[in-house]
Design a binder for this molecule. Structure first.
Ligand code: 5GP
Ligand code: ZN
Length: 137
C-alpha cells in the first residue's frame, strides 16, 4: 500500500534490521525499542490492524510470533516478554499496518504497570451483560 511505512519496509524500500522473513511474514527490530530486542512481527500483506486479517492469516502470524518469542528472549538474555498489538489510534497505534510487539522483559519494574481500576461486582456484571449481548448479534 502506498505511503505505508511498513509496506515500504516489506518492499525493502526502507532499511530495517530484519531478524526473520518468509513469504508472508517479516520480523524486524523496532527502531525505538522499549527494551533491548524489541521486535515487530508483521504480515507482508497490508492490513490496518489485526481485526482486518483473515483467521488463517492471523493464526499464521501469531504462530510465528509464538515461535519467535522464546528465541528472542533467549538471544537477548531476558526472562520473559510482553506480546501486544494496538488496534486503532485511541489504543496507541501509530503505524497503521498490523504489527505485533515482542518486548523482552527482565524485571516488572522496567516499565510502569497498567493502571488497574476497582469496579464493583454490579459494574462488572453490567459490562459483561453488555458485551455478551453484542456477541450474540
Ligand atoms: P504502534 O504504536 O503503532 O503499536 O507501534 C509502532 C512501532 O513502530 C513503534 O514502537 C515505533 O517505535 C516503531 N517504528 C516507527 N517507525 C519505525 C521505522 O521506521 N522502523 C522501525 N523498525 N520501527 C518503527
Ligand atoms: Zn502497509
Amino acid at each position: 500500500m502506498e505511503d505505508c511505512l511498513f509496506c515500504k519496509i516489506v518492499e525493502k524500500e526502507l532499511p530495517s534490521y530484519i531478524i526473520y522473513e518468509n513469504d508472508k511474514i517479516l520480523a524486524f527490530l523496532d527502531i525505538k525499542p522499549i527494551t533491548n530486542g524489541h521486535t515487530l512481527v508483521i504480515p507482508k500483506k497490508h492490513s490496518t490492524d489485526m481485526t482486518e486479517m483473515s483467521d488463517e492469516e492471523a493464526s499464521e502470524l501469531i504462530n510465528k510470533a509464538k515461535e519467535l518469542i522464546p528465541k528472542i528472549v533467549k538471544a537477548v538474555g531476558a526472562k520473559g516478554a510482553n506480546f501486544a498489538t494496538n488496534c486503532k489510534s485511541e489504543s496507541g497505534q501509530d503505524v497503521f499496518h498490523t504489527h505485533f510487539h515482542i518486548i523482552p522483559r527482565w524485571d516488572q519494574k522496567e516499565l510502569p504497570p497498567w493502571p488497574h481500576s476497582n469496579p464493583s461486582k454490579e459494574e462488572l456484571a453490567e459490562v459483561k451483560n453488555n458485551i455478551v449481548s453484542f456477541l450474540k448479534e
